[in-house]
Design a protein around this ligand. Sequence first.
Ligand SMILES: CC(C)(COP(=O)(O)OP(=O)(O)OC[C@H]1O[C@@H](n2cnc3c(N)ncnc32)[C@H](O)[C@@H]1OP(=O)(O)O)[C@@H](O)C(=O)NCCC(=O)NCCS
Length: 168
Amino acid sequence: MNPHIRPERPADTPTIAEVTRLAFTYNGGIRENEMIGEIHASGRFLPDLSLVAEVEGQVVGHVIVAPTELRGDPEHPERPRRVLLLGPLSVLPDFQRRGIGSALIRSVLARLGGRPEPMVVLWGHEDYYPRFGFRRAGEFGLRPDTPAAMVYPLRSDLSSYAGLEMPA
Ligand SMILES: CC(C)(COP(=O)(O)OP(=O)(O)OC[C@H]1O[C@@H](n2cnc3c(N)ncnc32)[C@H](O)[C@@H]1OP(=O)(O)O)[C@@H](O)C(=O)NCCC(=O)NCCS
C-alpha cells in the first residue's frame, strides 16, 4: 500500500487522537495521546516532522518527532543533550502490516537533513526499528542498555553523549 504522507494540520488533531486511541489497544492510547497533546501545546512542536499517512483521503497513520533532552550527568550540566524523540507512531489496526508505519518512518528520516540534533531516539519494538537504521542505544553508551531503547545516529561520532540517559 502506498499512502500519501504529509505534515499534519491543526484540523487533523481529533483524527490523530482517534487513530492513536485505536492503534494502542493495550491502553486505548491514553498515555500516547497525552504525549502528543504535550508536544502540541509546547514550543517543541515541529510541523515538518509530524506526519500523517492518508489512504484514499482517510488519515490511517501518524507519527510525531519533537526535540527533547537526554538526561543525566549532573556533574557536567553544560554537556549538550538535545536530541529528537520519535513517537508515538500509530497505524489504524485495519491498515497495519501494509507498509504504512514504514512509510511514515522513512519519510521522517528523509526530512532530517539540516537538523542540528545529533540523533533520533525512541522507545520501541526491537524487531521493528533496526530495519530503518535504528540501533540499540547501549551501542552508543546511552543508558539504559535495553533492547527497546534505540538510536538513529545523525553524526558519525556520538561519543560525547556516552553515559547520558534516554528521555522518558
Ligand atoms: C507498530 C506499527 C506502527 C507498525 O506499523 P505497520 O504499518 O503495521 O508496519 P509495516 O507494515 O510498515 O511493517 C510491518 C512489519 O513490521 C513488523 N511489525 C509490525 N508491528 C510489529 C510489532 N508490534 N512488533 C514487531 N514487529 C512488528 C513485522 O515484521 C511486519 O512485517 P510482517 O507483516 O511481514 O510480519 C503498528 O503496528 C501500530 O500502530 N501498532 C500499535 C501501536 C504501536 O505499537 N506503535 C509503535 C510503538 S513503538
